[in-house]
Design a protein. Sequence first.
Length: 223
Amino acid sequence: MPALMIFAAGFGTRMRPLTDDRPKPLVQVGGRTLLDRALDIGIQAGAAPVVVNTHYLGAQVADHLAGRDVAISPEPDLILDTGGGLRRALPMLGAGPVMTLNPDVVWSGPNVLSALQAAWDGDRMDALLALVPVARATARKGAGDFAMDQAGRISRQGDHVYAGAQIIRTDALHDIPDPVFSLNLLWDRMIADGRAFGMVHPGGWCDVGYPEAIPMAEALLDA
C-alpha cells in the first residue's frame, strides 16, 4: 500500500482570524475538520502508513490525532516547507514513491488518491500531480500553475491549477543541501527531464485558504 504525507505544519496566515487559536487543518468545513476530511481520502484510498507533519500549534494536531494510526513528524524549531518536511518524514514513510496531500482543499467526485494510483506509471513518471482547470478551481485566487500536453506531461504556466495531491518519487530529496525547500525544486527537475505528469480531477475542488472560501466549500459539498 502506498504511503501518504499530509502537510499540516503551516501558519495558516491567510485563514486568520480563524487560525489565531488553532492550526488551519483543524478549521472546520461542514462540521468536520479539514484534516479529518484529508484523512478520510487517504483511508479510503488504502494509504499506509499515513504521516502528518506539524509546527504551528502542533500539539493541537497531535492531540486531535491521538489514538489513531497516524504518525506525527514534528517540525518544532523551523517549518521545513514541503520538500524539507517530506524529507524529514521519509524514515516513517519508507522507500519508494509516496502520495502527498494538502488538507486545505475540499474535493467532490472520485477519490483523488485512488485515481492517482490508477494512473501512476513508474516507468515514465517521477511525479504525477492532480490538476484542475482554473475555470473549475473554486475560490482560487490567481492564475494557473501548469500546462499539460497530449501525453500528460506538464510544464510551467498554463490554465491548470495544482490541486494539492500527487504521487512523487523521493530519491532526489537527498540531493538538495538546504534544510528548508519547496517541492517546486523537485518538480522543476522532473519537468526538465520530461518525467512530471498531470492528471485532471473530474470532480469539484475548492481552495479553502481563507475564511470567505468556507461557505463556497460547503456549497460544493452540498451540491
